[in-house]
Ligand binder design. Structure first.
Ligand SMILES: Cc1ncc(COP(=O)(O)O)c(C=O)c1O
Length: 411
């Protein structure tokens, strides 16, 4: 015995023993079986490993393929030349080049919101949620922070920091009655939830709006999976459907999925200059010296222009057609929803072998299985994109049928 103290963690809001202990088994097995840890070059929409294996990625969130759009690439290069610096390293609250302001004005006009950029949605949520918890972003009241059980880890990861400022609870998934009980009991509640779930489905925006109206409920949405892919000018599910878009609704969205660039946008309405300054000065990494760099800003300005053009609707149409084609080939629980993610159900003990066989046939789909998801809910995660060809989707459908997708309907 050294006589020195050992530490017993409280694990009230996070538990790395559990996360690493349980999750690593999943990752080790995935890597051993060759369906994780893959390194490949991308050319013409096809990935190629050093030993010559070629495959099409069907687990990539660039739903409109804007990340390789010539205008987006050119936009990055042009902005670098125009501003002459990749990242002028100093907090923007002190000195900034006009790049971010230009992008925020462009995105603000595009989606009719006040926009604050961040280097990622995860960074935005880690910075904003504790400010909401302390009442500094909101109406001054410390709200009960109710994190939806299924909310993305980039938001759930902020629970310990929020818990130092207020009370934190995990909310049953989309349970409006439960939420109303909390609204009756607490002076103010903030509900933290995905706008579009990464495993499919949308937030109940209309029911939430009733509580927002009745109890001044604040809702913090992460709409990363639907921005660009959904709605006019790619405004996303929340901006297109939420009846209340004022200071009671804050939306964060990555720019790294369908938008096709890098960084994130926080969409706000009804917050004054003072609130914006508080964010700029106190929202964690949003105030450090690394904002979105100039290449990301230039790429994003170019992507915003595509969102203003007729091309956006064409790309959304192609994405929807690809989703419909896949649904006609493979039946999943998500079939016929307007969401580009599908989980092809498989048995726990065969899913990883199926994923490997699909990969060998020239397609990457990520196997998800216990302990990452509950036993009995294993499957192959498929993401449709606008740029996938009909032939690629049909061939994938056939391969999925061969490897034993639970309810295949190969045309
Ligand atoms: C719902 C959701 N939010 C946030 C993120 C992370 O976005 P970012 O990489 O910009 O932090 C992801 C993606 O992994 C996501 O699925």
């Amino acid at each position: 015995m050294s006589g020195r103290k050992t530490i017993t963690p409280t694990h009230r809001y996070r538990d790395n023993d559990k996360a690493v202990g349980v999750g690593n088994a999943f990752w080790d097995r995935s890597e051993r079986e060759g369906v994780a840890g893959i390194v490949a070059e991308l050319a013409g929409g096809v990935l190629r490993t050093a030993d010559g294996h070629e495959f099409v990625n069907f687990t990539c969130c660039s739903y409109l393929d804007l990340d390789s759009h010539p205008d987006v690439i050119e936009g990055a290069v042009t902005a670098l030349r125009r501003f002459g610096v990749l990242d002028h390293c100093i907090p923007r609250s002190r000195v900034q080049i006009p790049a971010l302001l230009e992008l925020e004005a462009s995105l603000g006009e595009l989606w009719s919101a006040d926009v604050i950029t961040a280097i990622s949605a995860g960074v935005a949520s880690a910075g904003l949620l504790p400010l909401i918890a302390s009442g500094h972003l909101g109406d001054g009241t410390r709200p009960l922070m109710a994190f939806d059980k299924n909310c993305h880890v980039s938001m759930a990861g902020a629970k310990p920091a929020c818990a130092d400022e207020t009370e934190v609870v995990t909310a049953p998934h989309h349970d409006i009655d439960w939420l109303e009980d909390q609204c009756r009991a607490y002076e103010r509640v903030c509900y933290v939830v995905d706008g579009a779930d990464s495993l499919g489905g949308y937030a109940p925006v209309k029911e939430l709006a009733v509580l927002q109206d009745k109890y001044n409920l604040l809702v913090y949405y992460d709409d990363s999976h639907s921005v660009s892919a959904y709605g006019e000018r790619g405004m996303g599910y929340i901006r297109a459907n939420a009846p209340i878009l004022d200071e009671r609704t804050i939306t964060v969205a990555t720019l790294n999925k369908a938008f096709g660039t890098s960084g994130a946008a926080v969409l706000l309405n009804g917050y004054d200059k003072h609130a914006h300054r508080v964010i700029e000065r106190f929202a964690g990494a949003l105030c450090y010296s690394q904002p979105m760099n100039t290449a990301a800003v230039g790429a994003s300005l170019a992507s915003a222009e595509i969102h203003r053009s007729a091309e956006l609707a064409t790309l959304q149409g192609k994405l929807n057609a690809n989703v419909a084609l896949f649904d006609s080939l493979v039946d999943t629980e998500q079939s016929a929803t307007s969401y580009p993610i599908r989980i092809v159900p498989m048995a726990d003990d065969t899913v990883i072998d199926a994923g490997r066989r699909v990969y060998e046939a020239g397609f990457y789909v990520s196997p998800v299985f216990f302990p990452i998801v509950a036993r009995g809910t294993a499957g192959l995660r498929v993401m449709l994109r606008a740029g996938q060809t009909e032939d690629q989707i049909r061939r994938l459908g056939a391969v999925l049928a061969e490897v034993g997708a639970a309810r295949p309907q190969v045309a």
